[in-house]
Design a protein around this ligand. Structure first.
Ligand SMILES: [Zn+2]
Length: 137
């Protein structure tokens, strides 16, 4: 695995906008054990991508989007707007992953930055954590 930003999970979720990020979790890409959140170590997507396939991102896998990806990320909470951050990934990830993750990451950083105060908009809430600005989803 090469050096990939902690803000980007192998599945394409932008960890930087996760309510746990830098609180109990350092992001899915981090291998540091110095974090409270343990669930990520058992994530089937993470294990498949990093360990079994030795890839940085699912989008580069020949099987993408595979059954594991659907089952874990896309199928749950279908139609629930709070989970739009997941359901929108397959389309934008493959479109923007060229030649690597840089453009996708840049767009994700913009998408989750508050236009009012530059605070971080968190997913699930879709609200700026600093000024309360409501992000339209
Ligand atoms: Zn704000």
């Amino acid at each position: 695995m090469s050096q990939i930003p902690n803000e980007l999970a192998p599945c394409g979720v932008f960890c930087g906008a996760c309510p746990s990020y830098q609180k109990s979790c350092l992001g899915c890409a981090s291998e540091s054990k110095e974090q409270n959140r343990k669930s990520k170590w058992a994530c089937k997507i993470r294990i498949c991508c990093y360990t079994n396939k030795n890839l940085d991102f699912c989008v580069t896998c020949a099987a993408y989007p595979c059954k594991i990806y659907y089952k874990k990320l896309l199928d749950p909470h279908q139609g629930d707007p709070l989970f739009k951050y997941r359901h929108e990934i397959p389309e934008i990830f493959s479109q923007q992953y060229s030649p690597d993750y840089a453009i996708f990451l840049e767009n994700q950083q913009k998408r989750w930055t508050c236009p009012n105060c530059e605070g971080t908009i968190k997913f699930y809430h879709y609200k700026c954590s600093k000024c309360g600005y409501e992000h339209i989803i």
